[in-house]
Design a protein around this ligand. Sequence first.
Ligand SMILES: NC(=O)c1ccc[n+]([C@@H]2O[C@H](COP(=O)([O-])OP(=O)(O)OC[C@H]3O[C@@H](n4cnc5c(N)ncnc54)[C@H](O)[C@@H]3O)[C@@H](O)[C@H]2O)c1
Length: 345
Amino acid sequence: MKILVTGGAGFIGSAVVRRAMGDGHQVVNLDALTYAANLENVADVAKLPGYAFEHADIRDRAALDRVFARHRPDAVMHLAAESHVDRSIDGPGAFIETNVNGTYNMLEAARTYWTGAGRPEGFRFHHISTDEVFGSLGETGKFTEDTPYDPRSPYSASKAASDHLVRAWHETYGLPVILTNCSNNYGPFHFPEKLVPVVILRALAGQPIPVYGDGGNVRDWLYVEDHADALLLCLQRGRVGRSYNIGGENEARNIDLVRTICAHLDALRPEDAPHERLITFVTDRPGHDRRYAIDPARIRTELGWRPSVTLEEGLRRTVEWYLANEDWWRPLLGREGVGKRLGQG
Ligand SMILES: NC(=O)c1ccc[n+]([C@@H]2O[C@H](COP(=O)([O-])OP(=O)(O)OC[C@H]3O[C@@H](n4cnc5c(N)ncnc54)[C@H](O)[C@@H]3O)[C@@H](O)[C@H]2O)c1
């Protein structure tokens, strides 16, 4: 299958590109190369036949039409987005332009192409979204696919809007869509502004490790390679018009996640132990959702998917990857906004 992947130079998109190429698919990687992108993430597969890169912006409809006409994909996996909640608090406009207007452009470019091709039944538009569209949970309960939307940050509101557009394009125009909403990802190639790499890199540098609020916010952590595996399964076997929640079955409080990372570093770098001494509680993010948890029953029963790694194992692999790949992360520390406290409202 020839898959047009948007955002394939980002964290999750690049895992999808690597996995799809490894499975023998052809990939067209469309990316605007924003601050969050890094083509090094796909360097291992970029030289293989069957890979193409298109430097294009999803806000540019004419560019999208050209890409569809040139490559004639069998499916789209749409991951390109502004993805950092803290940046959405400081500058929501970019999130509306890319996540809402950009998704609208992608839907219209895909619909025009699909209609022109005679509406092939096998075509898929797979929209990758987040569990943050469902809002914040209390101590108990989990998000199912039927949980009402209740986004609370500019980021999650922009993703919720894009999900609504995707459903509307299916109901109104018959575009064969699949939606997935996943929990927090972590793993190799994670841009160093997100919690897990921030903790690892601050600890390695002997700098304070910032933990928002009381550290009691709970997330359901999903190893990025497990996520890529689930996405390709949903694309190929998911039911058209349906959404699937993807979670790691790994709930953890932020403070416990940070302590686990510190314990792995203690084992690998004992000369600097205990890394926990660097933990510093800082003012909370405004509107910080307290708890997210995914009920993955649908993807498990319909498609037979389960995560392959525990949080403990996934974090160990991630810490080892950052220790072995300083050449990858060191240059990214100089990018705009990295290392600064963003999103204080
Ligand atoms: N990271 C997570 O934990 C998580 C969780 C749930 C859902 N998601 C969703 O998964 C998708 C990928 O997330 P990620 O963490 O890999 O993000 P990322 O920020 O690492 O990568 C986003 C990629 O999209 C590209 N991009 C941004 N704006 C663009 C534009 N206007 N045109 C073309 N390309 C553009 C960037 O250059 C970058 O390569 C996003 O849609 C995000 O909402 C992420």
